[in-house]
Design a binder for this molecule. Structure first.
Ligand code: FES
Length: 158
């Protein structure tokens, strides 16, 4: 820990340029009216909440649009922004492969203490896909029911 910095200060090397870009100019913020699927997840430890909306083409099963609303930290905003970008244009089956690792890689990494923020993004996508699958009576192989709270996930925090 460097001295002379407040806990809220952003250290120059703590976040990649991509993280800062998606935090300052988040893509796909908002809601989708009559969304095909909506997923809301939270982490009780930090209190952050993320909601993802999916607009899915019934024929092709391609995610035509994806939006998010995040009440959370800067990394949660950046990861949800990147997650929506990664999911758009993919089929629901490909969207399932957008893991927190994929989101972190696309952002050129996150500090260990912020890994759980990217997990929130993965869980929110899964929850929205689950909602879509339930509404349409379909099964997406490998998709599990959403957790109400992801804080039981192993996170690297002190
Ligand atoms: Fe919890 Fe970022 S601190 S989502």
């Amino acid at each position: 820990m460097s001295s002379g910095r407040g806990a809220g200060d952003i250290q120059d090397n703590m976040y990649s340029e991509k993280v800062m870009d998606h935090f300052n100019n988040p893509r796909n913020v908002g809601e989708i009216e009559n969304a095909s699927g909506i997923g809301t997840v939270g982490n009780a430890k930090c209190g952050d909440i993320m909601r993802i909306y999916l607009d899915i083409d019934e024929e092709t099963k391609i995610v035509k649009d994806c939006k998010f609303k995040t009440f959370g930290c800067g990394a949660a905003v950046a990861t949800s922004s990147m997650a929506t970008e990664l999911v758009k244009g993919k089929t629901i089956y490909e969207a399932l492969q957008v893991t927190n690792k994929a989101v972190m890689e696309a952002l050129d990494g996150l500090p260990p203490v912020k890994v759980h923020c990217s997990l929130l993004a993965e869980e929110a996508i899964h929850a929205a896909l689950w909602d879509y699958a339930q509404k349409n009576n379909i099964e997406i192989e490998g998709l599990k029911p959403p957790k109400a709270d992801i804080s039981e996930e192993p996170v690297e925090e002190d």
